[in-house]
Design a protein around this ligand. Structure first.
Ligand SMILES: Nc1ccn([C@H]2C[C@H](O)[C@@H](COP(=O)(O)O)O2)c(=O)n1
Ligand SMILES: [Zn+2]
Length: 217
């Protein structure tokens, strides 16, 4: 029998299961043979590699926030945010960008100018604001917000008013700014907890070519 290029030898039988192909022999039964282990994984990938790639919930949600940030046209700072409910469902995603209908080709992306109207700060919607506005749930009460940068004071107001109860952030690079101090003061008064995310992986790679489309049944 030939299945996905595997030939059953005389004395062995290929068994096709939901976990992929495996060769029924004493070694395979013991799970010791490398071939059996590799074949048993769905995508014929080494099981160890699969385990390394597995994302825990916090990594997954922060990765969604970072992926969302890749949509931002801010040339200096791309920020993403992801809101999840108490059932680990994603209920809002956003990135920093100009308001709907306001051209990001015309409005300024500059940071420094003697004229405030010539900087992005007067116009850009922050990632947290967009994630809240993009919500696909009736409300955000008790939710958790994952965000690349610590929220500014304006976003802190929105987070509190939306009923979000936990902020998980990656970078506190603006920690000495008054806006960050104001955010923390309001979070503390309102009972919104905030904690820094410490990644276990230095990077997460999305490789579109990695999916083995020749997966067994
Ligand atoms: N928590 C944050 C912090 C910043 N942003 C966005 C807003 C601007 O587009 C940009 C400002 O950062 P800078 O270039 O001054 O470092 O980052 C955000 O969306 N959320
Ligand atoms: Zn903000």
């Amino acid at each position: 029998m030939s299945t996905d290029g595997f030939e059953a030898s005389d004395e062995k039988t290929l068994n096709v299961t939901l976990n992929g192909l495996y060769i029924e022999d004493e070694e395979a039964k013991a799970g010791n043979s490398n071939q059996a282990k590799i074949i048993r994984s769905c995508n014929y990938r080494d099981l160890e590699k699969k385990r390394e790639d597995y994302l825990e919930w916090p990594e997954y949600f922060m990765a969604v926030a970072f992926l969302s940030a890749m949509r931002s046209k801010d040339p200096c700072t791309q920020v993403g945010a992801c809101i999840i409910d108490t059932n680990n469902r994603i209920v809002g995603v956003g990135y920093n960008g100009m308001p709907i209908g306001c051209s990001d080709e015309i409005l300024p992306w500059g940071k420094t100018s003697s004229k405030p109207l010539e900087t992005k700060y007067m116009y850009v919607c922050h990632a947290e604001m967009n994630a809240i506005m993009n919500k696909n749930s009736a409300d955000l009460k008790g939710c958790t917000l994952y965000v690349a940068l610590f929220p500014c004071n304006e976003c802190a107001k929105l987070i509190i008013q939306a009923g979000i109860k936990l902020v998980v952030y990656m970078s506190d690079k603006h920690k000495n700014k008054p806006s960050t101090e104001a955010s923390k003061l309001m979070f503390n008064m309102a009972g919104v907890k905030y904690q820094q995310f410490v990644p276990k992986k230095s990077k997460i790679v999305i490789d579109f070519e990695e999916i083995d489309w020749n997966m067994s049944v």
